[in-house]
Design a protein around this ligand. Structure first.
Ligand code: FMN
Length: 322
């Protein structure tokens, strides 16, 4: 498969087959607003714990506006009955797709058997997915890693489970839990999952997509039905647009990083006011690359205690590319 316009996940129609990943503490309301300036495809909110979703009346993590659609929510947890209620709630909130997280490696997540710990319990994955699928009419997907470690690779087994239970899509992050986010993602393993899936369930490849060439190479190598961009969208929120323009032979518009950053800051100020500078610090490590002396701007933003200080530094910076 390659980049493709008009992509369908179950009954969900999408403009193309590039998906923007859930990224906890990054793909919040403001960043998703920024992404929507460039990305027309499916994007996800940050993961949310099933129990918290059931307990709380409303949650900031799941706020969205209509123009952020198509939008997905992602559930984290390990209890099939809670999953069922949580899924129903997500459907009522208007989400277009529900993803089940079976890959988060964070210690406090795996400690209670959720996230990547689910990879040790494929039967429980089946049970949770079954409950979610029965509870809703929107498409359901799962996102996994290859396995807990190199000695316990289960990706192909989970592909079969997801297919049998009736999932519409499986996203495969080509790393093990033990790898965390380091080392190269294993695209060959994603290719093998696609071979197992045949055309019975959509396979989405994920891991190490930072530029247009990476995306095209992943399509070529894995033959996946689609790809999911994660950290790459923190440094280049316009990456999917770049792939689309390249495919349709449209000229790439000149994107001014400074202007994009200022737009993001304006969203942060509307959303976070006094706290805007803290969110900016988090993103700037990813976003501010490729310019001479950019590290001084990053250091300045990290030291700024008010967003106005950061804006002054950004306006004073020499934005000539290296
Ligand atoms: C800061 C951070 C937060 C993440 N949050 C989530 C999350 O909420 N749900 C999820 O399924 N994966 C999450 N991931 C994993 C990514 O979605 C993705 O699978 C992983 O980063 C591999 O893709 P990449 O190498 O292109 O970044 C997170 C990753 C990072 C670095």
């Amino acid at each position: 498969m390659s980049f493709k316009k008009d992509f369908k996940i179950g009954n969900l129609k999408l403009s193309h087959n590039i998906i923007y990943a859930p990224l906890a503490e990054y793909t919040d309301f403001s960043y998703r607003r920024l992404l929507r300036n460039f990305h027309t495809g499916l994007m996800f909110c940050e993961m949310i714990k099933m129990e918290a979703l059931i307990r709380e009346k409303s949650t900031k993590l799941l706020e969205y506006t209509k123009d952020m659609k198509p939008i997905g929510a992602q559930l984290l947890g390990a209890n099939p009955n809670v999953a069922q209620d949580a899924a129903k709630k997500l459907e009522d909130l208007g989400f277009d797709i529900i993803d089940f997280n079976s890959g988060c490696p964070v210690p406090k997540v795996v400690k209670d058997g959720s996230g990547a710990a689910m990879l040790k319990n494929p039967k429980l994955i089946f049970d949770v997915l079954e409950k979610i699928i029965k509870a809703v009419n929107i498409p359901v997907s799962i996102k996994i890693r290859l396995g807990w470690d190199d000695n316990s690779i289960v990706a192909k087994e989970i592909v079969r489970i997801a297919k049998d239970v009736g999932c519409s899509m499986i996203t495969i992050h080509g790393r093990t839990k033990k790898q965390g986010y380091s080392g190269r993602a294993n695209w060959q393993a994603i290719k093998e999952c696609k071979e197992v899936a045949k055309n019975d369930i959509l396979v989405i490849g994920n891991g190490d997509l930072y530029c247009i060439d990476d995306v095209n190479s992943m399509f070529d190598l894995t033959q996946a039905d689609g790809v999911m961009i994660a950290r790459g969208m923190l440094s280049s929120p316009w990456l999917s647009m770049g792939v689309e323009n390249c495919f349709t032979k449209k000229k790439q518009p000149k994107i001014l990083r400074k202007e994009v950053l200022l737009k993001y800051i304006s969203y942060l100020i509307e959303e976070k006011r006094e706290k805007a500078v803290f969110d900016l610090r988090r993103i700037s490590g990813w976003f501010l690359r490729g310019f001479k002396d950019i590290k001084y701007l990053r250091v300045g933003i990290n030291a700024a205690t008010h967003i106005d200080e950061a804006i002054k530094l950004i306006n004073r910076f020499n934005w000539e590319e290296e």
